[in-house]
Write a protein of this length. Structure first.
Ligand SMILES: Cc1cc2nc3c(=O)[nH]c(=O)nc-3n(C[C@H](O)[C@H](O)[C@H](O)COP(=O)(O)OP(=O)(O)OC[C@H]3O[C@@H](n4cnc5c(N)ncnc54)[C@H](O)[C@@H]3O)c2cc1C
Length: 279
């Protein structure tokens, strides 16, 4: 991720390494989401992965040909991108970024849930390497994974202020993780947009959380979030975290500042871009 895509204080994991994980289950959660559960494949995931909560995210290395083991840049986090670039362009894995929705101890290893948005073209066809992979994933399929830590900045949270999270459906797994990690009684306001009413979820939290959902029908991503933030009054003590489509993220960040949030108190990450991407 480049600076233009993210303005946050990331917390990096200590011992991250690229390693292979194996699908153990897939679950269609709702019209817009499929959950894929993975565990260490040839090595224990726990050797290089430790759950951090909040919006912990990983890079996934997806195979060029489904069911084949992906060609990944094995090794430590440092230099992974250069090692990936040096791999054969026709064979190397496709990289996409996803949130760790949950991590559970299973014997000596960790099992991780990743919730993929099943995004589709105007004709209704599921599009995208990752969404297409997830919808067809089967137990036994192997992908690569590299832990990247968190982007949400707990140190930016003022106990006297409000945590404001704004995101489209790609941010729902992060919203769940952040809600679960907030301290007891912390005031929080989450503005969340989905394209199906059934994609809404209960956010389990100890915080004093007000969740406002918007359903998007036939309008560009972020449109409903713009409506949801209209009329909200923020203060310099609030910590705002915005994720979603790149253009919407920048507009919503500006609106959060207009609503009263301090410039340095708005963190954001462009989770996806509208243009087509090569593998
Ligand atoms: C830190 C981080 C965490 C993320 N966590 C999650 C997560 O937990 N779950 C999740 O689903 N996504 C998450 N994302 C977003 C995800 O990485 C992107 O949506 C990614 O582009 C999906 O890859 P793809 O191969 O399916 O589609 P791509 O091949 O990247 O794109 C194909 C086409 O689909 C469009 N497209 C891509 N994503 C969407 C979308 N969500 N809605 C509509 N159109 C889209 C693109 O503009 C393009 O036209 C996260 C991103 C980041 C940076």
């Amino acid at each position: 991720m480049t600076e233009s895509q993210a303005r946050t204080t990331p917390t990096k994991p200590e011992a991250a390494e690229v390693l292979l994980v194996r699908v153990v289950a897939t679950t269609r959660l709702s019209p817009g989401f499929v959950r894929v559960t993975v565990i260490g494949h040839d090595e224990l995931l726990g050797r290089t992965f430790a759950p951090m909560g909040y919006d912990q995210w990983v890079r996934l290395f997806l195979p060029r040909v489904r069911c084949e083991v992906p060609v990944v840049p094995y090794g430590e986090n440092e230099g992974w991108y250069l090692r990936w670039q040096e791999l054969d362009q026709e064979e190397r894995a496709t990289i996409r970024n996803y949130t760790v929705r949950a991590a559970r101890r299973v014997a000596d290893d960790w099992e991780i849930d990743i919730d993929f948005v099943v995004h589709a073209s105007a004709s209704g066809q599921v599009e995208g390497v990752a969404a297409g992979w997830a919808i067809a994933a089967q137990p036994g399929d192997v992908i690569g994974l590299l832990d990247q830590g968190t982007l949400f900045d707990p140190a930016g949270v003022d106990p006297e202020g409000t945590v404001v999270m704004i995101g489209d459906e790609t941010g729902i797994p992060a919203a769940e993780g952040i809600a679960a990690a907030l301290p007891e009684g912390q005031r929080a306001l989450f503005l969340l947009e989905v394209s199906h009413a059934e994609d809404r979820r209960e956010l389990v939290t100890r915080a004093d959380l007000d969740v406002r959902w918007g359903i998007r029908t036939g309008v560009p991503s972020g449109t409903v979030l713009t409506e949801l933030i209209t009329g909200v009054e923020l203060t310099e003590r609030d910590y705002v975290y915005v994720v979603g489509e790149a253009g919407a993220v920048l507009r919503l960040r500006a609106l959060a500042q207009e609503a009263g949030a301090g410039k340095e108190r708005v963190d954001f990450c462009a989770y996806w871009r509208p243009e087509r991407r090569a593998g």
